[in-house]
Design a protein around this ligand. Structure first.
Ligand SMILES: *[C@@H]1O[C@H](CO)[C@@H](O)[C@H](O)[C@H]1NC(C)=O
Ligand SMILES: *[C@@H]1O[C@H](CO)[C@@H](O)[C@H](O)[C@H]1NC(C)=O
Ligand SMILES: *[C@@H]1O[C@H](CO)[C@@H](O)[C@H](O)[C@H]1NC(C)=O
Ligand SMILES: *[C@@H]1O[C@H](CO)[C@@H](O)[C@H](O)[C@H]1NC(C)=O
Length: 426
């Protein structure tokens, strides 16, 4: 979305703008601009009906489940931003390891979910406690922070892995769009899991067509399965087509050196003999996108670079796509990262899922196209269970490898900046 669109969206949504305005003094404390780059597919195929953003939760008869689960070893603070429709009635909360929170949003909700790490709030939840060393700027969390408050409104500080949803997209509002976006960077592994609900037409959508995952953190990813040409299952209970090439070592260094939020200290006081890629990185290694870091038209595909022919994926997005083939990684790869399915189901967003990154869109492109247009058919169900197709897809995912640093970074990333109110008004 462009700046003007984000402002007009706020005009349409009095409750949201009120909230934002109330929060401006707080938000202005933040030095880093939190910008949010929406997948342009959502806007090109937007529901034409106005859907004012409301805080929520929605009434029971218009509610869709939104479950947030923490499979990480540490506590995280998930956050929810609402762009349109009725939100969950909360913008974030603390979630300890192994726990889930069941929420609801309206059937026409559009918004996003991300995770915050290493937070320390004051008792009221309306500010940082400054006990975690992130003081000075008012931030309560090391990643994903939203002005130091527990309950977020629209988005958080980059880098963040985002789950983006438009539950009632398309001209008739009958399609659900979603993706996992690394356009604003990466902090935590994430999976989006479809909850079919009771609609018989939706109940049988095979999970291996819908449950995209991105695991780009070393040590949290399963090894490739050992049999067949490439193996085929992330977990036996929930088989998915998956990325087949990466291992813990390659995944440890996918983030271009300069884009690491905290670059590890180089040994030997600057006179070290190794390339950056040989330096041990921490397991938790949040990675800014080139756009989030540099905010240049070339990296963000804005201005004269707002053109698919001119704006090419840079090192960050190529590596992001290699470790997580299903993610939205730069402005113009929305065609290879947007899931479109019939509306009606609910969603679980799981942080630190088990298994591996998925390779669903490469594998089932034509089946997903048909599913989004005309719903589930026997042919789609058959294809989803066809091992030959899964194995072929896994082989194709191996084409992309994580690359090392080129002499000169050719970053280009992101598009359509939603510069959130505080960036405009501060
Ligand atoms: C910060 O959070 C990450 C992810 O939850 C965790 O791996 C890491 O250990 C935390 N760091 C500290 C200093 O708590
Ligand atoms: C792949 O799936 C087939 C059919 O479900 C199964 O027989 C085979 O063992 C699986 N291979 C791996 C490596 O998981
Ligand atoms: C895809 O999911 C369906 C439904 O759960 C399952 O029957 C099928 O075996 C899965 N495909 C593979 C290759 O595992
Ligand atoms: C599985 O897919 C392959 C490749 O598209 C096709 O040749 C084969 O007939 C399919 N198998 C079944 C059992 O449908």
């Amino acid at each position: 979305m462009s700046k003007t669109n984000s402002l007009s969206a706020m005009r349409r949504s009095p409750s949201l703008s009120r909230l934002l305005l109330a929060a401006i003094p707080l938000l202005c404390l933040i030095q880093t601009v939190s910008a949010y780059h929406m997948n342009p597919f959502f806007e090109r195929n937007a529901n034409p009906l106005p859907r004012p953003a409301r805080w929520g939760p929605p009434m029971k008869r218009d509610s869709i489940p939104l479950v947030i689960s923490n499979n990480c070893a540490e506590t995280i603070w998930p956050a929810i931003g609402t762009q349109a429709g009725t939100g969950a009635g909360t913008g974030g909360f603390e979630l300890s390891p192994g726990n889930s929170k069941s929420l609801t949003v309206s059937g026409d909700w559009q918004g996003r979910v991300w995770g915050r790490t290493n937070c320390s709030f004051n008792v009221a939840g309306n500010g940082a406690s400054n006990l975690n060393g992130v003081d000075g700027s008012g931030a309560a969390c090391v990643t994903g922070d939203c002005a130091g408050v527990l309950s977020c409104v629209l988005t958080g500080r980059t880098p963040i892995t985002l789950a983006e949803f438009d539950l009632a997209g398309g001209t008739g509002g009958e399609q659900t769009f979603y993706d996992i976006s690394l356009v604003d960077g990466y902090n935590l592994p994430m999976q989006v899991i479809y909850i079919p609900g009771n609609n018989p037409k939706l109940k049988n959508i095979p999970p291996n067509l819908t449950n995209a995952a991105c695991i780009a953190t070393a040590g949290l990813m399963s090894a490739p399965a050992g049999s067949g040409t490439s193996g085929n299952a992330t977990t036996t209970a929930n088989p998915l087509p998956y990325e087949s090439r990466q291992d813990s070592k390659s995944i440890a260094s996918w983030c271009p050196w300069d884009l690491q939020v905290k670059q590890p200290t180089k040994p030997g006081d600057g006179v070290y003999p190794y390339p950056d890629d040989n330096i041990q990185r921490p397991i938790f290694d949040p990675c800014l996108s080139a756009c989030a870091k540099n905010n240049l038209p070339k990296d963000c595909c804005t201005g004269s670079y707002n053109d698919a022919k001119k704006c090419k994926p840079g090192l960050y997005s190529r590596n992001a796509k290699a470790v997580c083939p299903d993610v939205y990684s730069f402005a113009f790869d929305d065609q290879t990262s947007t899931f479109v399915i019939p509306t009606g189901g609910g969603w679980e967003v799981k942080f630190c899922p088990e298994g591996r990154s998925t390779n669903i869109i490469n594998t089932f492109k034509s089946q997903l196209g048909a599913l989004g247009q005309s719903g589930l058919t026997k042919a789609i169900e058959d294809a989803a269970a066809n091992m030959t197709i899964i194995e072929e897809g896994a082989k194709k995912s191996g084409a992309e490898r994580v690359r090392g640093e080129p002499a000169m970074g050719r970053g280009s990333l992101g598009a359509l900046v939603v510069v959130v109110a505080w960036a405009v008004l501060c």
